[in-house]
Design a protein around this ligand. Structure first.
Ligand code: PLP
Length: 387
């Protein structure tokens, strides 16, 4: 009898995709999926067209073209404070998602335990599981999304191999403080753990929040795999350009697995992202912060007026709001109620927890046009008045 592998038997369609399908059905405003509705910078688009016309359409070196590795190295030094050799410490990957998969394949053994902060980004958990690792959870407590150092220490067992840190975070919008990253660094060194970071929202910071890469803390450079990409920064989620920055000891294996699965990231788009990194001035990144702060404020105000309480996020482009005032047995019911009665799609909070802690929560994405956010605000108002 043919059957799926034991691994594949556990897979289920993500709630994010389900909500997007449902949203389309009722022609709602989709604040569920983290797809950027904001424009791609003109320089980046033009460079992609030029690259295709110039014939950069074939396989590249497995760890990416030199121009992109050099551009990333320059950016890592100036923005993140990490000095990385573009020849052997940077691997360009098929999105940061590809970097995670290849890094886990390279550094985790089946049965290894990996600590993740919860609410988590589902891909982190499912990718740990896909390579045979075992996720363990550390609670970030609402409304401030702080964690207890004791919880982190108590989660360590002889099988613990790594910690995943996503800052700024999806879905909570949390930006880990220097003190929190220092605790994590201390624990990682005490127990000889890897740290995998997801810094994809590193430019999406508001008010006085600052980005800090844990690899820059003392003793962390060699045990940290710093992962990021340009999906969000350049609004190119479909282009699939990400990267991992780490010691040469690990980069070779990460490149090997990336080659095995993908051969390389899309060639002309590597050229375009390199051109974008080199060409775009500081004011582009400041503009990003300014525009997204405005979007955040627009959505947070609409949510507050509709009776959904939330912590105004310091980073990323999501708000995880308390929707306990909506009827339903769980977060899926609440998300469906909101979609059917207000025409706004959000992701059920249960998608970000391994237990029932998220059943009163809904995640809203504000990487949307101002017109869509305003329309969502009007629709949320309707539900506020009616109930
Ligand atoms: N990491 C986080 C935390 C995300 O929210 C997302 C997309 O929503 C990704 C990674 C995906 O990144 P990429 O497009 O580089 O694979």
């Amino acid at each position: 009898m043919l059957s799926l592998s034991q691994r594949a038997e556990r897979i289920a369609q993500s709630d994010i995709r389900t909500m997007s399908v449902e949203c389309e059905r009722v022609r709602g405003v989709n604040l569920a999926q983290g797809i950027c509705d904001t424009p791609v910078p003109a320089e980046v688009c033009a460079a992609a067209e030029r690259a295709i016309e110039s014939g950069y359409n074939q396989y590249t070196r497995l760890d990416g073209i030199s121009a992109l590795r050099q551009a990333i190295a320059k950016k890592m030094r100036s923005f993140n404070g990490i000095v990385a050799d573009p020849e052997n410490e940077i691997v360009v990957t098929v999105g940061s998602t590809g970097a995670f998969y290849c890094a886990f394949l390279s550094l985790l053994n089946p049965g290894d335990e990996v600590l993740l902060f919860e609410p988590y980004y589902g891909y982190h958990v499912h990718t740990v599981e896909a390579v045979g690792g075992v996720p363990r959870y550390i609670a970030l407590r609402a409304p401030d999304w702080v964690f207890d150092r004791k919880d982190l220490e108590q989660a360590i067992t002889p099988r613990t191999r790594a910690i995943v840190v996503n800052s700024p975070a999806n879905p909570s919008g949390k930006v880990f403080s220097r003190a929190e990253l220092a605790w994590i660094a201390e624990v990682a060194q005490q127990h000889d753990l890897f740290v995998f970071t997801d810094e994809i929202y590193e430019y999406f910071l508001y008010d006085d929040a600052r980005h800090l890469s844990i690899a820059t803390l003392p003793g962390m450079r060699d045990r940290t795999i710093t992962i990021s990409g340009y999906s969000k920064t350049f609004s190119i989620t479909g282009w699939r350009i990400g990267y991992a920055v780490c010691s040469e000891r690990w980069a070779g294996a990460i490149g090997y697995y990336s080659d095995l699965a993908y051969i390389c990231a899309p060639a002309p788009l590597q050229h375009a992202v390199a051109a974008g990194i080199n060409a775009l001035p500081e004011s582009f990144y400041q503009g990003l912060r300014r525009d997204y702060k405005q979007k955040r404020d627009l959505l947070c105000q609409a949510l507050a007026e509709a009776g959904f309480s939330s912590r105004v996020p310091a980073g990323s482009y999501y708000v995880l709001a308390d929707a306990s005032r909506l009827p339903g047995r769980n977060s899926k019911d609440r998300a469906m109620y909101l979609l059917e009665n207000a025409g706004v799609a959000a992701v059920p909070g249960g998608a970000f927890y391994h237990d029932d802690s998220g059943e009163n929560l809904l995640r809203f994405c504000y990487a949307k046009t101002d017109a869509d956010l305003q329309e969502a605000g009007r629709r949320l108002q309707r539900i506020a008045v009616r109930s």
